[in-house]
Design a protein around this ligand. Structure first.
Ligand code: HAM
Length: 413
């Protein structure tokens, strides 16, 4: 029979990593919660149009990377490639504009993009995503950037670079795009085939190209940052001033292009040198036209997303926390039932307890107790003994209450 394997670009998360991932999500929830962000969940699949209209028809994500399928009634559905469009769909559908604004939410979960798998790039990956919807105040942009930085710091990602730019409003951008298209058309011969084929669809991508000829051309390209309308430039200056005041270093990078079409004004991305080619730890920006694009009332918004796999990759291996404080060993088969009851009792008292469940010898059981990092082992046989795993000292207990007392003394919990 054929050997079965996980699909290409997906990950089995084994317990050691799964625990770290849960801890990371808990940390993110705590950091975001302190700033008023509430958890929220949306479906893992959506009407394909949510992403086609939200993320944008001309993006790589929509054109090449979506897992799209038809349901039994012939409706086109797509596994979510990102969170923002779905959250905005939900904001509109659930009348969340009636709540106090801005609505601040966050979520964590699986996302899907049909990309070529490589280190740090998967077809199913996990994002922590946060959004503030309903206000265009620049302090929200700065707040989200600082919160994301704090999550990275607490996760131990090490040094990171923050790139920051502003894309202006849709109108400024439209004028600029025309200027850029004309600039690119005049130099078409020097550009890569891919860039020149997409001048009309997505000229901004030219800034992202690896192709040396294209890179040379882009050195002289007009920059959107130099074309911002006065209020957009003011908004951008306010975001930067708040980051400066908070002491968060950032680099203005007018070539920062994000792979999603909904951005207006602020865009940002954090990178880590520890990640190699897929250097982006997380990023985001403002999307003041997205809700309208999805048929809602004009509503500004700003947010970020960061990949859990990349955060943990940058953080590297970390000492695993001990799994259990107490091990219950069985010295004779007749003690098995009492051992089971005692383990339940100790767990009920709030301790992390494992018991012998694999038919090991006493030597094997003590080895297992060491392996799981137990600080106390209770040995049930003709007597009940509590062994301090550090000192090796062993004391006898007469009943369950005394076991609890001795274990508390030894394990410190
Ligand atoms: P994004 O830059 O496409 O933004 O993705 C954010 C993060 O998700 C990336 O920086 C990376 O850490 C992780 N990521 C993306 N694709 C993959 C992949 N194939 N494998 C592993 N990790 C990946 C967004 O998704 C926007 N929705 C962010 C946002 C929220 N903007 C406003 N609000």
């Amino acid at each position: 029979m054929r050997k079965l394997q996980a699909p290409r670009g997906t990950l089995d998360v084994l317990p050691k990593d799964a625990r770290r991932r849960l801890e990371l999500v808990a940390t993110a929830g705590e950091v975001l919660g302190r700033a008023g962000y509430e958890p929220m969940e949306t479906p893992v699949f959506e009407d394909t149009e949510v992403f086609a209209r939200g993320v944008g028809e001309s993006t790589d994500i929509v054109q090449k990377e979506m897992f799209t399928f038809e349901d039994k009634a012939g409706r086109s559905l797509t596994l979510r490639p990102e969170a923002t469009a779905g959250i905005c769909r939900a904001y509109i559908e659930n009348g969340m504009h009636k709540l106090a604004q801005p609505v601040k939410v966050w979520c964590a979960g699986p996302f899907f993009r049909h990309e070529a798998p490589q280190a740090g790039r998967f077809r199913q990956f996990t994002q922590i995503d946060a959004e503030a919807i309903g206000s265009d105040d620049p302090s929200l942009d700065a707040e989200l950037i600082l919160l994301l930085d704090e999550i990275f710091e607490r996760a131990g990602t090490g040094p990171r670079r923050l790139r920051l730019s502003s894309l202006g409003t849709r109108e400024t951008r439209a004028d600029y795009i025309e200027e850029l298209k004309n600039f690119l058309r005049a130099r078409e011969g020097e550009l890569s085939e891919e860039v020149s084929a997409r001048i009309d669809q997505n000229p901004l991508r030219a800034f992202d190209a690896d192709h040396p000829g294209t890179q040379a051309v882009m050195k002289d390209a007009p920059l959107l940052l130099d074309r911002l309308a006065a209020d957009d430039a003011e908004h951008f200056a306010a975001v930067r001033a708040l980051l400066d005041a908070a002491g968060l270093e950032h680099q203005i990078d007018p070539t920062l292009v994000r792979g999603l079409d909904y951005y207006t004004r602020t865009v940002f991305e954090f990178e880590s040198e520890r990640l190699g080619a897929q250097a982006a730890l997380g990023g985001g920006g403002r999307y003041d036209g997205l809700i309208e694009e999805l048929s809602g009332p004009p509503t500004p918004g700003v947010g970020f997303a960061a990949g859990i796999e990349r955060i943990l990759l940058a953080a590297g291996e970390q000492e695993a926390a001990p799994q259990a404080r107490v091990f219950v060993a069985i010295a004779k088969p007749e003690a098995a039932q009492d051992a089971f009851g005692l383990a339940q009792r100790l767990r009920g008292a709030g301790m992390r307890v494992e018991l012998e469940q694999a038919g090991r010898s006493m030597k094997g059981q003590l080895k297992q107790a060491d392996r799981i990092g137990a600080s106390a082992t209770v040995i049930l046989g003709d007597t009940i003994e509590v062994k301090d795993m550090d000192s090796g000292e062993q004391r006898e207990a007469t009943d369950a209450n005394q076991v609890l007392e001795l274990v508390r003394e030894v394990a410190g919990s």
